[in-house]
Design a protein around this ligand. Structure first.
Ligand code: HEC
Length: 269
């Protein structure tokens, strides 16, 4: 009896130790439980070694005993397993397809954005052509096609425009995710790119516009490698219309914080 108690105690202590270690390693709870149960089974097995030998059986009796033993063992296993969390394959499939769906939608959205960008680029080309037409004296024809409503605000240049420009500029900074590479107002710039708080002192609005439209046009001093590799993406002229780009450049040009060491832009083109 004393022996049985001792061995079970060892089983409990070892099991507890295993659970503690497993827990510290963030092993799932079901596995911790499994370790504990296995160490208890081990203890019981060792305890059984102390049991008195059974009397020898033979014939039909031994067959019955072995069968009964297996039935018992199998029942224990099945019963034990039914306590574990059950997974319904249909349930899991539904979850997986939900995840996939989200991804599919996102990639569809990506395509839409690409199409919008292309449409914008085309729109710009059309505008450029129109301007040229006007230049050659075909303006009349264009005007009749696209007669702007009388008193169109954007054409008249409304008085409150400068506030709007700043708002559009800041919005573009966020939309085009310039902050991913550039620190501004102490925020952003996780990827390598210069801090831009003093860019307004170093570049004119037109030059900033040039840099955004064609990143190769200027190189930030000390950023030779990044400039060479073309880290700053050459895609913004397709993603913004000219007004948006002007707004972004104007907004950036208003940053003239000389306390920040924005590198000197070197003209390349
Ligand atoms: C993927 C990173 C990345 C993104 C996104 C990015 N840039 Fe840049 N940018 C750089 C790197 C790197 C440099 C420095 C090398 C160079 O001049 O090309 C730079 C340089 C500049 C400079 C010149 C700074 C100086 O001191 O000469 C300006 C201005 C600038 N970026 C504006 C922008 C604006 C506006 C956007 C968003 C429309 C933007 N960048 C998006 C990486 C990026």
């Amino acid at each position: 009896m004393w022996n049985l108690f001792k061995k079970l105690t060892v089983g409990l202590v070892v099991g507890g130790g295993l659970v503690a270690v497993a827990n510290s390693q963030e092993v799932p709870v079901s596995f911790q439980l499994l370790f504990f149960v296995v160490s208890l089974i081990g203890a019981v097995t060792f305890a059984l070694l102390d049991a008195k030998a059974m009397s020898v059986m033979n014939g039909g009796m031994s067959f019955l005993a072995v069968t009964a033993f297996w039935v018992f063992l199998i029942s224990v296993c099945v019963a034990g397993a039914s306590f574990l969390p059950q997974f319904d394959p249909e349930d899991e499939k539904a979850k997986i397809s939900k995840l996939l769906d989200k991804e599919r939608k996102q990639s569809a959205q990506g395509k839409t954005e690409e199409l919008i960008a292309r449409a914008k680029a085309l729109d710009q080309q059309v505008k450029a052509l129109e301007d040229r037409l006007k230049g050659i004296g075909g303006g009349q024809a264009v005007a009749t096609i696209q007669a702007p409503p009388a008193g169109d605000k954007s054409a008249a240049g409304s008085g409150g425009a400068s506030g709007d420009i700043m708002k559009v500029g800041e919005e573009q900074w966020q939309l085009q995710e310039c902050y991913n590479c550039h620190k501004l107002r102490g925020e952003g710039g996780k990827k390598r790119g210069p801090e831009l708080d003093n860019i307004g002192t170093l570049l004119t609005i037109e030059e900033i516009q040039q840099k955004i439209a064609d990143p190769k046009s200027f190189m930030a001093e000390g950023y030779d490698k990044e400039w060479q590799k073309g880290i700053m993406p050459d895609k913004f002229k397709d993603l913004m219309d000219p007004k948006e780009m002007l707004a972004l450049a104007t907004w950036l040009g208003s940053f003239k914080n000389t306390a920040i060491n924005t590198p000197k832009p070197i003209k390349k083109k």
